[in-house]
Design a protein around this ligand. Sequence first.
Ligand code: DX5
Ligand code: ZN
Length: 216
Amino acid sequence: MKRIIAPSVLSADFGQLRHDIEMIDRSAAEWVHIDVMDGVFVPNISFGFPVMKPIRRATSKVLDVHLMITDPERYTARFVEAGADIVTFHYEATMDIRGCIASIRGAGAKVGISIKPATSPEVLRDILPSVDLVLVMSVEPGFGGQSFMPAAVDKVRMLDKMKREAGLDTIIEVDGGISAANSRLLFDAGAEALVAGSSVFGAADPAEAIDRMLKA
Ligand code: DX5
Ligand code: ZN
């Protein structure tokens, strides 16, 4: 099983974005998580395409883009062109799941699908073979710094069982309220990638915070 940490840029200092990304680039984190919010799907607005470029220039790590936007199929391919290696959209945000998957794949990136805390993993059973990654939200999407919702652990277990039964190697990623206090629990449940914003960028030594989550 892989153990990947994906620091969330949402909690970085945008006044010194390049410095913060280069810091991640030197750390044990393998991915950089980029949260895009449109103020419609979630009650917050973060950033879009112009921020992708400086991030892409500052690191060679995997860019893991999390779209919290309505009708993501309108923009999925453009995020791949902007440098995304993985594009994850929300199950709840689109009427055209197949279209989202096709546009991301067609543009050359890996495909992720995410579920909010109130959405059951069961809805993903038929979609699982078509995606590379499932992102389980362990907070309501929209803001960093919220408390971890423990119900996410059972969702990870359910998805792990589902993917094994189907003979798939889908990556299970978890996002929200993650630190060294719960990383072990999530890795043990079957998660292979963990997003961490405030616990990384809020730490005195972010690289050490990442190591602690990996070794917990
Ligand atoms: C929330 C975002 C998260 C957020 C995580 O909507 O999807 O990626 O940045 O931040 P923390 O780790 O602080 O909960
Ligand atoms: Zn996220």
